[in-house]
Design a protein around this ligand. Structure first.
Ligand SMILES: Cc1cc2nc3c(=O)[nH]c(=O)nc-3n(C[C@H](O)[C@H](O)[C@H](O)COP(=O)(O)OP(=O)(O)OC[C@H]3O[C@@H](n4cnc5c(N)ncnc54)[C@H](O)[C@@H]3O)c2cc1C
Length: 409
């Protein structure tokens, strides 16, 4: 007599290597450490992934949202996933096994979205414009011409940050402030594979670096050192060395949540370090251009760098009218001065920050070095609690309402 069929079927979570821009968001978000990477690919460990979906909404490209039904015994191991250039097709054998066994429901593996493991919003502000994403991919990139490349930081410092303007000519490349693009650097890595794309935030507003032109600007820091070792970052050096007239391969745009609100009385609380200023510049410039058309919301900026000389956009920033933007700078390595970080500047302005936290029209944006997130969230918590706000309740609300956006790298 035949017993009940007991074939274990798995809806295996996979990442599409053709779309993934290796931004590390999924690995950081995964609450059970099921995601890992090597120099080539981001991959999911089938034996650990519980299909909680926490990594899916924050992924800027959607590469994370791929699933194959497999027999559990045949699940793709990570060593195999590391070698993929494309995802494997869905094989029919496991699907047939699901059809034949009444007691297996492969979709049970991925039920419910646990967004509570994520520290920022996974939805955009209610009034954000609808973004275009993934118009151009690794397989179908577009090109842009360099129309400007200027060093932003003082020549006396090692911090070499460039403002690079890329023009798309007649190719459509619609963007919103807060989105990013991917640059495909020429050449190949040690294993002979083409370099993967690097992601850069757009520093210009939706209507162009120059209003009415089909162009975007980027704020790129040359990577030449990491943890004390001298290294030449592939893409940042390529970009910083570009000349006017050079042509670059571009993919994107990416990002559907780190977007600015469009209602005119919305307030922006912007906190950034270094090149994290790119999206803040885009949003500020968009508001500056719209100001004459009736935008009344407040802009408050906390901007940190090691020294004044290392702060990109220092000159233009300090020239903006005080009644348009409330700018607070923090320098952590000014000779002869105590170290001051963005969270210190926020605490000094606690009364005004609390006022903004209490206002339902306030949207918070944090962008820059990975290490800043903890300090900024801690400062927001302390400021809130000192001003009779229950931070845990407010934090959950800010996330739910698309009003707390974190992008650190
Ligand atoms: C959402 C997002 C937005 C971003 N926005 C911006 C932005 O607006 N501006 C910006 O400048 N950057 C931004 N970045 C970072 C950017 O994508 C790149 O990671 C950065 O420019 C470095 O790329 P690279 O190719 O120059 O360096 P890579 O060649 O990729 O090197 C990066 C790292 O690899 C390691 N490495 C590489 N070679 C060596 C070696 N020989 N020895 C030891 N270690 C090595 C080091 O850890 C090094 O830091 C963003 C990243 C993300 C995820």
């Amino acid at each position: 007599m035949n017993g009940p069929v007991s074939i274990e079927v798995l809806r295996q979570h996979l990442i599409d290597p053709e779309i993934c821009i290796r931004c590390n968001t999924c690995e950081e978000t995964c609450p059970v450490d099921a995601i890992t990477h090597d120099d080539s690919n981001y991959v999911v460990k089938a034996e650990i992934c519980n299909g909680c979906m926490a990594c899916v909404p924050p992924c800027p490209t959607g590469a994370i949202d791929n699933w194959r039904t497999v027999l559990r015994a045949d699940a793709y191991p990570v060593d195999e996933q590391f070698k993929w250039d494309v995802l494997p097709e869905q094989t029919t054998m496991a699907v047939a096994a699901v059809d034949e066994t009444s007691n297996v429901d492969a979709s049970d593996e991925a039920s419910g979205i646990e967004v509570d493991t994520v520290r920022g919003s996974v939805v955009p502000p209610w009034s954000a414009a609808k973004p275009y994403v993934n118009l151009y991919t690794h397989k179908t990139p577009t090109t842009a011409t360099v129309v400007g490349n200027y060093r932003l930081t003082d020549a006396s410092t090692d911090s070499d940050i460039h403002h690079i303007v890329l023009d798309f000519g007649t190719m459509p490349f619609p963007v919103l402030e807060g989105q990013s693009i991917g640059i495909l650097p020429p050449g190949a890595s040690g294993d002979g594979r083409a370099h993967h794309a690097r992601q850069y935030s757009i520093a210009s507003p939706r209507d162009g670096e120059r209003a009415g032109y089909n162009n975007v600007s980027l704020t790129v820091k040359r990577v030449s050192q990491q943890h004390g070792d001298t290294i030449d970052g592939v893409c940042s050096n390529y970009l910083c060395d570009l000349k006017k007239g050079d042509v670059v391969s571009v993919i994107g745009p990416f990002g559907g949540t780190f977007l600015m609100p469009n209602h005119p009385d919305s307030h922006l609380l912007m906190i950034c370090t270094g090149t994290g200023s790119a999206p803040m510049r885009a949003m500020t410039e968009y508001r500056r251009r719209r100001r004459l058309k009736g935008a009344t919301g407040k802009l408050m900026l906390f901007f940190g760098a090691r020294t004044k000389e290392e702060l990109p956009y220092f000159g233009p920033l300090t020239n903006l009218p005080k009644d348009f933007i409330d700018t607070n700078l923090a320098f952590s390595r000014t000779p002869g001065q105590p170290k001051r970080y963005v969270q210190d500047a926020m605490r000094e302005r606690a009364v005004d920050v609390a006022q903004m936290l209490k206002d339902d029209n306030t949207h918070i944006y944090v962008c820059g070095l990975k290490g800043m997130e903890d300090g900024v969230l801690q400062a927001l918590k302390e400021i809130g609690e000192r001003h009779q706000l229950d931070w845990e309740v407010l934090w959950a609300r800010l996330k739910r309402e698309g009003r707390l956006h974190l992008e650190t790298y």
